[in-house]
Design a protein around this ligand. Sequence first.
Ligand code: CTP
Ligand code: MG
Length: 226
Amino acid sequence: MHLLIPAAGLGKRMGGDRNKLLLTLLKRPLLTWTLRAAEASERITWIGIMGQSYDFKAFREILREANLSKPVELIEGGVTRQESVYNGLQGLPEGAEGVLIHDGARCLATPQLFDRCAIALESCSGLIAAVPVKDTIKVVGDGGIIQSTPDRANLWAAQTPQGFEVKLLKECHEKGKQLGWEVTDDAALFERCDLPVEIVQGEETNLKITTPVDLAIAEFILQNRS
Ligand code: CTP
Ligand code: MG
């Protein structure tokens, strides 16, 4: 199974002076933790990392330290996550049939989650890891007034990995590019093309490191794992 890791963001909400994936979590760069999980997965055989070219030097250093046994390619990222994944798809090896896409910022995903997604992709063409929503979610309209309260039983929080048949995902990305669709995950492109996307049970600890408090929580979770 091929794995693409979007890692070309700016980390604006983290408020630091560089890509948040270069920040340190228990003495190691955040991206290293993501790569370690990918390395330990039994199913992942190839890794592509989409980054901004100015980060490549740091990424190469991370790769040197991590000393992975699997082949890794650095691929030029884009201005948006969507563009980064588009570029990543063009950078896949010839003949790649399935791909998992996993945000570099979700550095707590376990190797077992990668494997569960890879196995599930053998019997479907689109899937995402997700967990049931715990909070009651409100749809809020103009003036901060609540419009509606969707039934929580139908609500899931989307995570990554998200897995797809490469040929189909490429077609969805092409269509999205042509029609100017702007989406925050790949499943949304699949959905807009009326293609089914299955849910794979995600992990409650598979949080996306977005703001400084997430770093503190991630540190706590990692500490309790080792
Ligand atoms: N990403 C990417 N290319 C972009 C933007 C984001 O590959 N142009 C990646 C990020 O590196 C991250 C993942 O997509 O691993 C999820 O994005 P997000 O959490 O929003 O990260 P950032 O965009 O870096 O953060 P922010 O939105 O706060 O700037
Ligand atoms: Mg972002």
